[in-house]
Every structure is written in C-alpha cells, then in structure tokens.
Design a protein around this ligand. Structure first.
Ligand SMILES: [Zn+2]
Length: 138
C-alpha cells in the first residue's frame, strides 16, 4: 500500500490521467468512472507527456488577490499530444509573443500558498518549447 503522502506527490509532479481501455478515451483530470461505458469501462492510469499546443488563450490583467505580482499573466487551454485539453498558466512567455498553436511543455512550479483562486490546478504550468532542441538553456 502506498502512503497517501507519496501518492499525492506523484499526482502533483506528473500529469496523470486515466484512460478507459474499453472505449479508448483519456480523462484529465482523472476520473473513476467512464461516462461512455459506465460499468463496462475499465479505467487505468496513464501518464501524459506534458507536451502540447496552445488551443486558445487569454491574457489576464486583473488578478485575484494574491496574484498581483504576476500581472499580466497568460491563461491558456493547452491541447496535449494525447488529445486532452487542460487549462493552465503559461510562464516564461511575454504576453505579446503567445499565439495559438504555440508548442508548450509542462513545468512544475510552486504555486502561491493562497492558491485557491480557481484557475490554476495541480501545481503545473506550461512554458514555450524552446526552438533548437532541449538542454541548451541560456
Ligand atoms: Zn469508456
């Protein structure tokens, strides 16, 4: 049996979805029941790649309490390689540079301790995938 603490850490630093092996649909956030198959569904955990493209986005100029230091910031719907869409903040990106179709990858950052603001979940954010490959950050 896995202690609850470690289980939570795992969920926090990975994008864990569930996949229904009966119909093939992927759910994120994970679900316990497949709405398509109900009792015939067989849900298994699936780790997502964390890579995707911006489907749509909005630049937020008025932040809820506790987020004033980050203004303005970008909230996007990211379509992951696996086809699921997640709402998350885009970091390391100027609001003038963000565009639909931009390639992004998940990063795990500490979120404000007061982070009950509702828009940001699970401690992940996304940043642009740097042109020219990985491992050459300046
Ligand atoms: Zn199903």
């Amino acid at each position: 049996m896995i202690p609850r603490f470690w289980r939570n850490i795992r969920y926090r630093y990975n994008l864990i979805a569930t996949k229904c092996e009966t119909c093939g649909e992927i759910f994120f956030p994970p679900r316990k029941l497949c709405p398509n198959c109900r009792r015939r569904g067989k849900l298994v955990e699936k780790k997502l790649s964390g890579r995707g493209k911006i489907y749509t986005y909005t630049v937020v100029y008025n932040a809820p309490l506790g987020f004033e230091m980050q203004l303005p910031y970008i909230i996007a719907i990211v379509e992951l390689e696996e086809g699921v869409r997640v709402t998350a903040q885009i970091v390391d990106c100027d609001p003038d540079d963000v565009h639909i179709g931009m390639e992004v990858e998940a990063v795990f950052r500490r979120i404000s301790e007061d982070g009950e603001a509702g828009l940001i979940y699970y401690g992940y954010k996304f940043r642009p995938v740097k042109e020219g490959g990985d491992g050459h950050e300046v």
